[in-house]
Design a protein around this ligand. Sequence first.
Ligand code: AMP
Length: 464
Amino acid sequence: MPKQKTTASPIKKAPTHATKEVAGVKRVEKKSAKAVGRLLGLKDYVGTDFLSWDLAMTKAWELARIFGFSALRTPIIEDFDLYKKSTRKNSDKEFYFVDFERGEKAVLRPELTQGMIRSYLENKMEELPQPIRLFSVGPIYRQEKMATGRYRESNQFDLEIIGEKKPMSEAVLINTAYRYFKELGINVQLQINSLGDTDSRKEFNSKLLAFYKERGRRSKLCNHCKKNLGKNSLALLDCREDSCIKIREGAPQIADYLSAASREHFGKVLEYLDELGIPYNFNSYLVRGLSYYNDTVFEFWPVGDDGVANSKLALAGGGRCDSLVESLGGKATPCVGLAIGLERAMIKLKEKNSFATYADEEELVYIAQIGEQAKTKALLLFEELRTAGFNVRQSFSVDSLRTQIEEANALKAKITLVLGKKEVMDETILMRDMESGVQEIVAQKKIKEKLDKKIIRKVGVIYG
Ligand code: AMP
């Protein structure tokens, strides 16, 4: 029988074989022909991934609130015009188009900033006392070339200060991100530069173009930079390809072309950072791909155990974008923003095993039950303790006490409460200290009081 011609699917999939560790040996597993694989560049969060995810998110919400940012949630799908108008045209980022409604060009958002500004305008936040401090957390989509730590779906923690021109806003944003990494135990180096205002850049751009066109430099550039030369020459300085890093040596420096106002503004930002004790590296090549930035731009790079900062896996980036609100239909309004990449932060947390320590810090109360009557009572007790702020766990679908105790051990519960028929009748609970193994019978109405002596209540954080 002649071989049937198959049409290749236009959608690329992740490899259909995965490695699985069986009894300490790595084996390559072939999936069945029917199995549908993950799409390329997308990631599943499995098991312990959620501990580092939880830690990265909880810290984001905690710090955003402490530093006075209000939460905002915007749609994942936005009108393509939002990005076309706000100068994504010179960006590297490739869009995922969505067939939303006939004739309407919609995309999966490639970043959070534009949606947040749209929402600021649409919800008339410009009429409120300025500045407005907003934060948002959620997924973004970019059709990118695959690389370590680069996904097509990733999540950002985005902070924006809208309506404030003063250099203090840069200091507040940078400080929030710096504390975020510090409190998560992630070593970072702040890279900072000033791109100046439009006036500053006019002369600089022509000098830069002339530099790159000189003595065969152009032919040695990577393909992407070759295309960008003349369109967004500034972005060439920031290319992270080794060949382009070599070529840029000796290029003109934007610092020599800053207007007096831009020089003063940047000087003040650096002064605040000194006051706050935030070390920085003045990096005259830091430009950031997008053309909506002016004046201060910055990134946080991870620092390895060898003390070397890695420019290829930036953890966060941001800057001043004073033209953005106006370009989206608002009145001229200064703005400064920052986005932290949560997956990159998670990579660092996993390297350091920080999430395990974080999980250990939770003081858990496990509620075990034996018999039907006890199950009902345990359900009520669970709700009572949970709403009182205790960190409670259970497995009500399991009948065996042994299995429940094993689970309590696996969760590293500090206390296990056991309810059986006798306890239900006597209105008592068996309270077991899992570390010492000491058990005591406690009256049900005294349980919170007893737990308070052994455990710290924790008020849960709600996030989306
Ligand atoms: P950007 O919006 O490009 O300035 O990115 C801000 C931060 O988001 C970066 O510093 C990264 O930490 C993270 N990030 C951006 N793109 C990706 C991606 N494709 N995969 C994972 N993280 C990303």
